[in-house]
Design a protein around this ligand. Structure first.
Ligand code: ZN
Length: 500
């Protein structure tokens, strides 16, 4: 048995190596590569991806997985080797069920669609993008049909990002959120707006980067195992257990972009840096799901980074970096500014309260587009109606509406709910951390984060993707993932901020 397992691990290690090599090509593309390198890079990246796929779907892998699956069927769920076999069985099933021709067709269709989408967005021309949107949803219907055992076709797509999660659960989660968030947003919109002009003064980019680097070091990000660079869209990429990099972007006239964005990516990086060494070069050294990954970034960005405790400690340090801009601004003004709530049209600029309404409307639309109830041609009108319902806003053009996100063009259908799952899980985990270690708030107020990080390392990071996300949340918090903690957190914090 251990012989079979060792053979499996040896194959997996090679596949991990190829995937990390592809990831560094991707990091280079977004951080270092000269613009003219794009065409060559797309071939190199596609070749490595194809190689990794071919190494996975061999007959030998199939036989190893089948034999080991039988052998570990009754092993304890928390046994590392049993978990590895489970994870690999899942991945193998996904990779072999979808025909190679359909994978290739989807890859081509989405590469082309992303170029068309970028132009369509720039020109506010939904008509140019519409046939591509139809094609992508058609291909995704074919992908879903490869998994006839699922309850709803969308389940098959969701499963790629959030293993084990079902559409019916996501629908229930959003229904609970919507019932509470829409009135909360209305109540806040009826109050005098918070003035956030303190964030919108001139802030030198180099100083912004220095401030964010200080925060990252405080949080416990190890710069000997990572680095922070600039990119158009911030991201975090793991290139092995001791090389996890983040990127950020800087707006010289808006402080939050770099500072809060850096905290967010740092949260992702701390997760990846926390996977145990014994899982190196195995599929277990990855996040449990996109939602769990997002719970980590949101926790550092919002629960820590937008808290009064954190700024009580860090604000004087930020004032020292920006004496001209912040020297005369009291902490309370700054704290209120970074927590301002504004119903807006753009998801990536949304605050904690309105964010999940943006993901909700995308989820509702993509379920309808997938099952054919909504035609691609009617997507803009349906989008605009939902924006009106959720935010009370009119969408002036499709650039600020249905064309704003790249996800659909990129074929990432089933992805949006993971942002909200992450938000919910971030609060549920954080509440559990406070219950387990009551001194955490006082530590954060002193600029000490080792207590929180070690709680996360022990309870969340150490497991990698050994457990399904739902099982991990249950295991850590003793309860299934729900909206109650998140809604409680929002209502308490924003009632105080807005005097509701
Ligand atoms: Zn994120």
């Amino acid at each position: 048995m251990s012989d079979l397992l060792n053979r499996l691990k040896a194959r997996l290690a090679e596949i991990e190596d190829v995937e990390y090599a592809a990831a560094i090509l991707e990091w280079d593309q977004f951080v270092m590569m000269p613009p003219a390198g794009g065409e060559g890079r797309s071939y190199q990246y596609a070749t490595l991806q194809k190689l990794a796929h071919e190494l996975y779907v061999t007959g030998e892998m199939g036989r190893l997985i089948e034999a080991l699956g039988r052998a570990y069927a009754s092993a304890p769920a928390d046994d590392d080797d049993a978990a590895l076999v489970r994870v690999v069985e899942r991945q193998y099933r996904r990779k072999t069920r979808i025909p190679a021709a359909l994978v290739a067709e989807t890859f081509q269709a989405t590469s082309f669609a992303q170029e068309v989408w970028a132009r369509a967005r720039a020109n506010n021309d939904f008509g140019a993008f519409q046939p591509h949107l139809e094609r992508i949803f058609d291909l995704k219907r074919q992908v879903a049909a490869c998994f006839p055992e699922v309850e709803a076709p969308y389940d098959a797509l969701l499963d790629e990002y959030e293993p084990g999660m079902r559409t019916s659960q996501v629908r229930a989660m959003f229904a609970e959120l919507k019932a509470e968030l829409v009135p909360l947003v209305q109540a806040i919109a009826a109050r005098p707006p918070i003035d956030d002009s303190v964030l919108r003064r001139g802030y030198a980019p180099a100083d912004q980067l220095a401030a964010s680097q200080q925060v990252l070091e405080r949080f416990g990000y190890d710069f000997s195992a990572g680095r922070q660079d600039l990119s158009v869209h911030p991201f975090c990429t793991g290139l092995g257990l001791r090389d996890v990099r983040v990127t950020t972007r800087v707006d010289p006239n808006y402080l939050s972009t770099c500072l809060m964005g850096s905290m967010h990516e740092c949260g992702h990086a701390l997760y990846e840096l926390g996977f145990p060494a014994r899982h190196a070069r195995t599929p277990l050294a990855h996040g449990a799901s996109l939602g769990i990954h997002e719970s980590q970034s949101r926790m550092w960005e919002n629960l820590v980074g937008r808290s009064r405790e954190f700024w009580g400690f860090f604000y004087p340090r930020l004032q020292a970096i920006f004496p001209g801009q912040l020297g005369q601004a009291p902490l309370e003004i700054f704290y209120r500014a970074i927590n301002r709530v504004t119903p807006s049209l753009i998801r990536v600029e949304a605050d904690e309260v309105t964010y999940n309404l943006h993901t909700l409307l995308r989820f509702e639309l993509e379920v309808e587009l997938l099952d054919g109830r909504l035609a691609a041609a009617d997507a803009p009108a349906a989008w605009n109606a939902k924006v009106k319902e959720c935010f009370g806003l009119d969408v002036p053009d499709n650039r600020l509406g249905v064309l704003q996100d790249t996800h659909w063009a990129a074929g990432l259908i089933g992805y949006f709910p993971t942002y909200t799952i992450g938000n919910l899980a971030s609060v549920q985990f954080f509440n559990q951390a406070l219950a387990d270690v009551p001194r955490l708030s006082a530590e954060i107020a002193r600029g000490e984060f080792a207590g929180l990080l070690s709680w996360l390392r022990h309870n969340v990071h150490a497991h990698g993707c050994k457990y399904l996300p739902a099982d991990l949340v249950q295991r850590v918090t003793g309860r299934p993932l729900g909206a109650k903690d998140y809604l409680g957190y929002l209502k308490k914090k924003y009632s105080a901020l807005y005097g509701l």
